[in-house]
Design a protein around this ligand. Structure first.
Ligand code: HEM
Length: 125
């Protein structure tokens, strides 16, 4: 099991790659570059899988507290929204405005919720 600082460093690194590749994608516009798009999409999925596995392991060692559990649920819901809206934006010719807006705003709340979750679980082996 990764020590607490490494969980935060890895999550922060993955989120940084996702955010930077996202900004580059929206700046360049459609059609999206395959490399950038795949980096954005796959690292996003990788980050979600990493967080879910980390939380499952932590929960097995000692049940998550109610606050950490709530923060994890919020983060999970936001990541789900990002995956769905990201899929719609990339599949649709022109995605509805609210879908693009959601994909623009949700990342900041997802970063905060993920950081809060890991912070609440800091110091756990
Ligand atoms: C952890 C999940 C994700 C995060 C945190 C995230 C974050 C971001 C951010 C910050 C942007 C830039 C938005 C802006 O202009 O301000 C962006 C753009 C974009 N993302 Fe994501 N993303 C995630 C998942 C995905 C997935 C799974 C897909 C595709 C299946 C995707 C597709 C896109 C596309 C196509 C753009 C460019 C939108 C445009 O043209 O304006 N994203 N993303």
């Amino acid at each position: 099991m990764l020590e607490s600082p490494w969980r935060a460093v890895i999550t922060g690194g993955l989120l940084a790659v996702i955010l930077v590749s996202g900004y580059l994608l929206s700046r360049a516009g459609k059609p999206y570059g395959a490399l950038l798009f795949n980096v954005h999409k796959l690292i996003a999925l990788g980050a979600v899988v990493f967080l879910v596995l980390t939380l499952l392991k932590l929960n097995r060692v000692e049940a998550l507290g109610a606050t950490a559990f709530a923060a994890a649920l919020v983060a999970g819901a936001l990541f789900l929204i990002l995956i769905v809206t990201g899929g719609i934006i990339s599949a649709a010719k022109a995605a509805p405005g609210f879908v693009s807006l959601l994909h623009r705003i949700a990342p900041y709340f997802a970063v905060i919720a993920a950081a809060a979750t890991l912070f609440l679980l800091r110091g756990r082996p």
